[in-house]
Write a protein that binds this ligand. Structure first.
Ligand code: NAD
Length: 420
């Protein structure tokens, strides 16, 4: 199936196309590639939630483990009306590659519920979360599978999941989930970690290309956890964030937006729309902005064969998972656009989640400086490895990152052997 065409992008078809491309450049055992092409296990749950008006509504949720070869499986939980099994399968596979790119001992997982959380009250959201956590608890544990936040989920939702799991066990189990509030065993630095890592990659790629970081013009699609933290860190690094969009609208200022002020505005209004001192900008206009760096940090399937030609950024650094389809990738490579792929660029989140898990298992907590410097060390080493492989093999950074990751998970699978 052609994995393209924006609204009908099939993320799993994209993920398989990427895996097959990477495998075709590597000398792998065919049977092991077949193992890697499929999720290890998938759970679909249909569960009732009592609504505030007394009605009962049935929701559908998923939890998918792509691989548990490198270690326990790890991956976020997404609440979105367009969640489906193929999307969760793709995200779980990308998590396996991401953890392998940064050499963190996890396999990939992902979960999601088909819901628009904006339609739920806070009490309904809590009941939905606690019931979903209960339904997926056969797959979830500190030793086996550790969820985290993703689109439309946040530290408060992680706290409910941790509390629900702990109630069932009869004792507090902080390491069952990451991205929790710091007050209950969350890690310092986790909230900003994905954005910190994305901004780090922006700086590294600009340096490699001989382009100044100071004053670089950046456009950011999405202003949630990843987009807002990326914009904040880029602003600190001296970049000019000239445009941002979210689901409601966008804000543009060619001289650079006041990013701290924008953060305040979003906390107050819930959107970047109508930010004082900015002009409105649509999502399509943002993706086509004349700028140095474009950071897609919203959803998958945003840059497709239909709009890749319109992209005028010199560099793309993927904050979101899967924002660029394989067909768009080919167009961008042909046009000389340098793209730092999701499985490297947004790996800061899972890296600090790993630190959070280690701290939770030990009940021993680290200073924020220590966390940020460990994060930068891992991101720096991984960026250099991906860059070196791309140069050596004369391939794109996406292919290089995928080749590194797939080779590592393939080798680990072979070394463990096929049971029994
Ligand atoms: P979020 O829910 O906090 O924010 C999503 C943002 O995207 C919101 O601002 C929303 O308004 C915006 N958005 C949604 N649809 C849009 C559209 N069609 N056009 C423009 N903006 C749109 O989610 P998040 O956690 O920031 O995740 C964003 C992306 O980053 C996802 O692909 C996610 O899988 C990926 N990611 C997240 C993390 C993490 O730590 N949270 C880590 C790695 C990757």
């Amino acid at each position: 199936m052609a994995a393209d065409g924006n609204s009908n992008v099939n993320a799993y078809a994209m993920a398989l196309e990427q895996l097959d491309e990477a495998a075709s450049h590597l000398d792998l055992k065919r049977g092991i590639v077949e193992v890697l092409r499929r999720p290890k296990r998938e759970l679909t749950v249909n569960f009732p939630v009592l609504m505030d008006n007394g009605d009962v509504r049935v929701f559908t949720g998923y939890r998918v483990h792509h691989s548990t070869v490198p270690g326990p499986s790890k991956g976020g939980i997404r609440y979105h009306p367009s969640v489906d099994l193929d999307e969760i399968r793709a995200m779980a596979m990308w998590m396996t590659w991401k953890c392998a790119v940064v050499s963190i001992p996890y396999g990939g997982a992902k979960g999601g519920v088909v819901v628009d959380p904006r339609e739920l009250s806070e009490r309904e959201l809590e009941r939905l979360t606690r019931r979903y956590a209960t339904e997926i608890s056969p797959l979830m544990s500190p030793e086996g599978d550790i969820p985290a936040p993703d689109v439309n989920t946040n530290p408060k939702i992680m706290a409910w999941i941790m509390d629900t799991y702990s109630m069932h066990r009869g004792y507090t189990t902080p390491a069952v989930v990451t991205g929790k509030p710091v007050e209950i065993g969350g890690s310092l630095g986790r909230l900003m970690a994905t954005g910190r890592g994305v901004a780090f990659c922006v700086a590294r790629v600009l340096e490699r290309l001989g382009m100044p970081v100071e004053g670089a013009r950046v456009a950011v699609q999405g202003f949630g956890n990843v987009g807002s933290a990326t914009a904040a860190h880029l602003h600190e690094l001296g970049c000019r964030v000239i445009g941002v969009t979210d689901i409601y609208g966008g804000a543009f200022n060619g001289d650079g937006l006041d990013v701290p002020g924008l953060g305040e505005w979003v906390r107050g209004t819930g959107s970047v729309k109508d930010f004082p001192g900015s002009e409105p900008i649509s999502n399509a206009e943002l993706l086509a902005l004349e700028c140095d760096v474009l950071v897609p940090a919203a959803l998958e399937g945003q840059i497709t064969a239909d709009n890749a030609d319109a992209v005028r950024a010199k560099v793309i650094v993927e904050g979101a998972n899967g924002p660029t389809t394989p067909a768009a990738d080919r167009i961008l490579v042909d046009r000389g656009v340098v793209l730092v792929p999701d499985i490297l660029a947004n790996a800061g989140g899972v890296t600090v989640s790993y630190f959070e898990w280690v701290q939770g298992l030990q009940f021993l907590f680290w200073e924020e400086d220590e966390i940020n410097s460990k994060l930068e060390r891992i991101m720096g080493r991984s960026f250099a490895e991906v860059w070196r492989m791309a140069e050596e093999k004369n391939v794109s950074l996406r292919l290089s990152a995928l080749m590194l990751a797939v080779q590592r998970v393939h080798d680990a699978t072979l070394i463990r052997g096929i049971y029994p």
